[in-house]
Design a binder for this molecule. Structure first.
Ligand code: BGC
Length: 723
């Protein structure tokens, strides 16, 4: 849809394919192997590989043919600097993926991608190891903060736009982790088990849409197994689906340490990333000596190795790595900070508002409580973590893991003081609920900050806020009816105190300008535009797996002293069966009649909107047209959502599309939503087609999946669509 227009520049052309094939055929045997075996981009046992800038991955170039080295950096939320390998090299820290997904705005995704692409290019990188778009099948997944929520249309659309933004700067984007890497616990061993049609209609559909919208040069296969077979040697996923059905012309790189054997090359893997990690784990790097021997013996045809080379070269040429090589040059961090602020403001979701928000700037006494709000805003952990412009604070939050990072450029406390200069704003760290309650009694409004840190490799063990924060919020709410809760969490959390607080906003991990964004939202300097891209369950019992698979084993292994990769490998292989099929998140909640705490698509504006003149047309797909009026007294942005709610007489639930409009008070706009026909179809795995059965399809329109105001049913014609 809107995305394609932005990134036509990187579509491959016949000359690109011809040039790639020509260079591939000119490579010597050792150059062929060199191109498919990545190295660490950071020091391993004493030295950074010659020529590497310092990052997650590096593949040496071939100067005699003008082939540049691949300098690969993480990732989706800004340019990482693992272990400070490039001394004090900072980057713009953008809000989390769930924050981006809460904007429902491909333009913001494009801007984020463009910011990251620009910084990557100006730091000398030419491959970005993102975006990540695994679906949020479990709201405890430690990497959901890097991803784009639970719906394939939303995640795929936004990822496509982000890819365009990245690649418009001549930096190859890598969509990851293909596929079904939907929990971190046991990620090296688990088998994600799911039926083919269900997978194609959910997790794989997100990748399919991102591919169509963004044309990424690379795909990263995942650590886990899918239906018993490791993702990086999964012939079905890599060859049948990605390369054949979707005609992906680029290359598949492995995740770091995810290659189990040389046969992966036969099954679709084109490049082993950071081979030292595979060697450290398994004693051998599969695309080193084993690949050389397999090609020499003919076990792996030479033509396959050339195809691997050609795919890599083709993406390098298509995205402009030869013609517009990355160049170290100054970065406009101030301009990028504006992007970070805009994205953070747009991604904050006001979940509850009993009239307290927006706060008046003439309030005289405000208490700010907890959440390190005096210091900064929280960031998630792992490979995506950015060393931000400004200074990162390492705050030990307890436990035996490394300190947790806060971005200190924009502390919420300072931002609140700046926006309400006449108010007396006091701060208390919230360690003692009774002390916080005492302070709350003597102010007009108490703003409690609550945080939940998650990171790569570590799922949240439960949906509860950690570290006694529920008790803190309850105590403050009991002391002051005007209690506003600001959540900075990587995932949904439960809220046992919800009925007792006046307002709740989910700010996610809001990036380096997060404090300013939170203050601007609290005081209504901007409208509250965020809408949930993920369901907030009422209780853990509502999850597909109330007990997180593998968690007990992981905790025992940790207690026994295992750490890092050793910890991951200390578990026994196990399976996670996704019995929800393609009914991820809200789809299952609706079909099973479960009432969430907050539903997918929910989010309150500071104004109100009226819908009217809803018309639904059928035919080859569903097309809705309607009017939206801003019925309130201030400007605001509405995200009107269209869902399929009944299909051939059977209740259904899935997002068909949305339209976002910004309206002045009293203004009306006519808008349309046209559904991608695949969203009406069932995937027929035996014939590899999307099949629409003829009959009546009902669609419903509203402001959230649980706030549908209009519905209509119309006939749709039978069709079979090739992927
Ligand atoms: C992560 C990838 C990341 C890579 C390089 C892996 O552990 O799963 O997402 O791109 O490391 O840092």
């Amino acid at each position: 849809m809107f995305v394609l227009a932005l990134c036509a520049s990187v579509l491959a052309s016949a000359p690109v394919e011809a040039r790639a094939a020509q260079i591939a055929s000119a490579l010597t045997p050792s150059e062929r192997l060199q191109l498919v075996r990545g190295q660490s981009g950071a020091p391993v046992r004493g030295g950074t590989p010659n020529g590497a800038i310092g990052s997650a991955g590096y593949v040496p170039g071939i100067p005699r043919l003008g082939v540049p080295a691949l300098q690969e950096t993480d990732a989706s939320l800004g340019i990482a600097n693992p272990g400070n390998v490039r001394r004090r090299d900072v980057a713009t820290a953008l809000p989390s993926g769930l924050s981006l997904a809460s904007t429902w705005d491909p333009q913001i995704a494009y801007q984020d991608g463009s910011t990251i692409g620009d910084e990557a290019w100006r730091k000398g990188f030419n491959v970005l190891l993102g975006p990540g778009l695994n679906l949020a099948r479990d709201p405890r997944n430690g990497r959901n903060f890097e991803y784009l929520g639970e719906d394939p249309l939303l995640a795929g659309t936004l990822a496509g736009a982000a890819i365009c933004g990245i690649q418009d700067h001549h930096v190859i984007a890598t969509m990851k982790h293909f596929a079904m890497n939907d929990q971190e616990t046991g990620r090296f061993l688990l088998s994600a088990d799911i039926g083919e049609a269900a997978m194609r209609e959910s997790d794989l559909l997100a990748f399919e849409l991102a591919l169509e919208g963004g044309h990424p040069g690379a795909v990263m296969c995942a650590y886990n197994r899918v239906n018993g077979i490791y993702a990086c040697e999964n012939d079905h996923l890599l060859n049948d689906v990605l390369k054949d059905a979707w005609a992906f012309p680029g290359w598949v790189m492995s995740d770091w340490g995810a290659v189990h054997g040389v046969d992966a090359a036969l099954h679709g893997l084109d490049q082993e990333s950071n081979a030292e990690i595979d060697k450290a784990i398994r004693g051998v790097s599969a695309f080193g000596a084993p690949l050389e021997a397999a090609v020499a013996s003919g076990a792996i045809p030479q033509s396959r190795l050339i195809d691997m080379n050609r795919r890599i070269l083709r993406s390098m040429l298509a995205v402009g790595l030869f013609d517009e090589p990355s160049k170290r040059s100054p970065i406009d961090y101030s301009a990028h900070a504006v992007v970070a602020l805009d994205a953070a403001e747009r991604g904050i979701v006001v979940l509850k508002n009993a009239g307290t928000l927006p706060l008046s700037r003439s309030i005289s006494r405000i208490a700010v409580i907890g959440g390190y709000a005096d210091a900064g805003v929280l960031s998630g952990g792992g490979s995506s973590e950015v060393m931000p412009v400004g200074r990162a604070l390492g705050v030990p939050l307890g436990g035996d893991d490394a300190p947790i990072a806060f971005f200190d450029r924009s502390p919420p406390l300072a931002a609140i003081r700046a926006i309400a200069p006449r108010a007396a704003v006091s701060f208390i760290d919230g360690r003692y609920p009774s002390e916080a309650a005492e302070l709350a009694k003597h102010v007009d409004v108490a703003v409690v900050f609550a945080t939940e840190w998650i990171g790569e490799g570590i799922d949240a063990p439960s949906l509860n806020l950690p570290n006694g924060q529920d008790a803190l919020i309850s105590a403050v709410a009991a002391a002051n009816p005007h209690t506003v809760v600001v959540l900075e969490t990587g995932n949904p959390v439960t809220m046992p105190w919800l009925d007792r607080v006046a307002a709740v906003m989910e700010a996610w991990y809001p990036g380096e300008r997060g404090g300013d964004a939170i203050a601007n939202l609290l005081f209504g300097k901007v409208d509250a535009t965020g809408r949930l891209p993920i369901t907030f369950p009422s209780a853990q019992e509502q999850l597909v797996h109330p007990e997180l698979p593998g968690l007990d084993e992981l905790l025992s292994a940790r207690a026994a002293g295992f750490r890092g990769y050793q910890l991951a490998l200390a578990l026994l292989p196990f399976s996670v069966t996704y019995s929800d099929g393609s009914d991820v998140g809200y789809r299952r909640f609706v079909k099973q009649g479960l009432t969430p705490l907050f539903a997918f698509g929910h989010g309150l504006s500071y104004t109100t909107f009226r819908y009217g003149d809803f018309i639904l047309e059928g035919g080859e797909t569903l097309k809705a047209s309607f009017k939206i009026t801003n019925a309130g007294l201030r400007a605001g942005t509405e995200t009107a959502q269209l869902y399929l709610t009944r299909k051939l007489g059977v209740p259904e639930m899935r997002l068909l599309g949305w339209n976002q409009v910004t309206l002045a008070p009293g203004q009306t706009r006519s808008v349309r939503v046209v559904a991608d026909p695949r969203l009406l179809a069932d995937f027929d795995a035996s014939q590899n087609v999307w099949r629409i059965r003829a009959g009546l399809y009902e669609a419903s329109l509203g402001s959230a999946s649980d706030a549908l105001r209009f519905r209509a049913a119309v006939p749709v014609a039978a069709q079979a669509l090739r992927p």
